[in-house]
Design a protein around this ligand. Structure first.
Ligand SMILES: Cc1cc2nc3c(=O)[nH]c(=O)nc-3n(C[C@H](O)[C@H](O)[C@H](O)COP(=O)(O)OP(=O)(O)OC[C@H]3O[C@@H](n4cnc5c(N)ncnc54)[C@H](O)[C@@H]3O)c2cc1C
Length: 411
């Protein structure tokens, strides 16, 4: 494909960037789309063990993956539909139980390993003739003239191999989409500032094998040092594996990281009140510093931000990718509308409409997560009473529970 004149160039081939490329390509076969990704390879799907990084996909996200043709290779193979969710407070008696039967749906969502979603999207990117994915190149700089962006990437090889600089292609594009994650270079080049909250917490993720079946339930216990989630996995034989996301204050997380596997498994089981019996084994642990970050604007001249490049949130409600995929859907709807009206897709009115539809929505979710985090992190007796009463009230109200489920599933 001639990279001198693309209609759309997406920087960042993570879940959100690849979903954007495929959705645009499927809806608009006439568009020439390029996708620039710094990593050379998409992480492989392991045949005999689970990936510790997972996402809890909502129905809206699943629909989008289906539309682009990626869900078809995931469904029933390496994903776990969860039918119930149990949330409870470590410091009291408050708890909430959600069941998909309350809303007459087959499930509340699907837990899927990140590597599985990435592989399915990558396959679609390669199958679609109007997407050109270039890997191993990082966007470094750009210039703009006559309403076009000229992007200058740099080979990631040249960072490693002295004197062997590959000649990078220059991409010229009408619309630039930044999907390059929380530390977005596109956002920096557009000089868009962010509002940041450092939670001073670290998320430890791993896979745990438990004595008992996970019962297709997503489990979340709120400790005053942070939430602990056990998310059900399936696809490799039994129903005893869970992806663990343990968000803990930095000091505690540092201690937990240092433990050997046996001591860590014991601590994990205790923190989880042995709800699934003994934690028999744990995989390698990975840690992520937790911060919320929100871009003050989602677009600049001829360029727009989606996914973690625009917003990153605490993983306690598992909504990061879901919010990013909703950005993809809304931006594509606005671009569909622009093409129909013969307006340039890079026009400020088009990108402004996308910002108006998404920024307030994402800000509300970010705020809700911060409030949740503060409420459940407060050791004070009054707060403890308030949150336990709140959880019990939600649990006692079928209507409220129904509303919460429907809202969470359509994010
Ligand atoms: C511990 C943890 C648990 C989580 N659990 C959940 C969950 O259950 N559910 C959920 O929905 N979300 C969850 N999230 C959030 C979710 O992982 C992120 O929201 C999601 O990965 C963001 O996707 P993205 O494609 O926007 O960004 P990324 O995944 O960060 O992808 C960005 C891509 O851009 C590339 N890139 C970066 N810079 C450049 C450049 N200059 N040039 C070219 N390429 C570049 C990168 O290599 C990368 O591939 C969790 C996050 C954490 C930390």
């Amino acid at each position: 494909m001639n990279r001198q004149r693309m209609d759309v160039t997406i920087v960042g081939g993570g879940m959100v960037g690849m979903a954007q490329a495929t959705l645009l390509a499927v809806r608009h076969p006439e568009l020439r789309i390029s996708l620039l990704e710094a990593s050379e390879v998409t992480p492989p799907v392991k045949e005999d063990s689970y990936d510790a990084r997972v996402v809890a996909l909502t129905e809206a996200s699943r629909n989008l993956l289906e539309e682009v043709g990626a869900w078809q290779s995931i469904a029933g193979v390496r994903e776990c539909p969860y039918t119930q969710m149990r949330v409870w407070d470590a410091e009291g008696t408050g708890s909430v139980y959600f069941d998909c039967r309350d809303v007459k749906l087959p499930n509340l969502g699907h837990i899927v390993e990140n590597s599985v979603v990435l592989a399915a999207l990558r396959q679609r990117v390669e199958e679609l003739p109007n997407v050109d994915m270039v890997t191993g190149f990082k966007l470094e700089s750009w210039w703009r003239d006559c309403g076009l962006w000229h992007l200058q990437p740099r080979s990631v090889h040249s960072e490693r191999i002295d004197g062997l600089e590959e000649t990078p292609p220059v991409f010229t594009t009408r619309l630039l989409i930044g999907a390059d994650g929380a530390r977005s270079r596109v956002r920096d080049l557009l000089r868009i500032r962010t509002r940041d909250v450092n939670y001073r917490q670290t998320a430890l993720v791993c896979v745990a094998r438990c004595e008992q079946s996970h019962q297709h339930t997503a489990w979340q216990r709120f400790l005053d040092t942070g939430p602990l989630a056990f998310l059900p996995l399936s696809g490799l034989g039994d129903d005893n594996h869970c992806a663990v996301v343990w968000s803990a204050d930095d000091a505690l997380a540092r201690e937990l990281v240092m433990l050997d596997d046996k001591s860590f498994a014991l601590n994990l089981e205790k923190a989880f009140e042995s709800r699934l019996g003994t934690v028999e084994s744990v995989s390698e642990r990975f840690s992520f510093a937790l911060r919320a970050r929100h871009a003050e604007a989602y677009y600049g001249p001829g360029a727009v931000l989606i996914g973690d490049a625009a917003h990153s949130i605490h993983p306690l409600a598992g909504q990061g990718v879901n919010l990013g995929l909703m950005d993809v859907l809304v931006l594509t709807e606005e671009l569909d509308r622009a093409f129909k009206r013969e307006i340039s897709p890079a026009h400020a009115s088009v990108l402004g409409r996308y910002q108006r539809r998404r920024r307030g929505e994402n800000a509300a979710t970010l705020k809700a997560m911060s409030t949740f985090k503060s409420l459940f992190g407060a050791g004070d007796l009054h707060w403890r009473w308030l949150r336990n009463t709140g959880l019990s009230m939600v649990d006692a109200s079928p209507l409220l529970k129904k509303r919460i489920i429907m809202r969470a599933m359509s994010v």
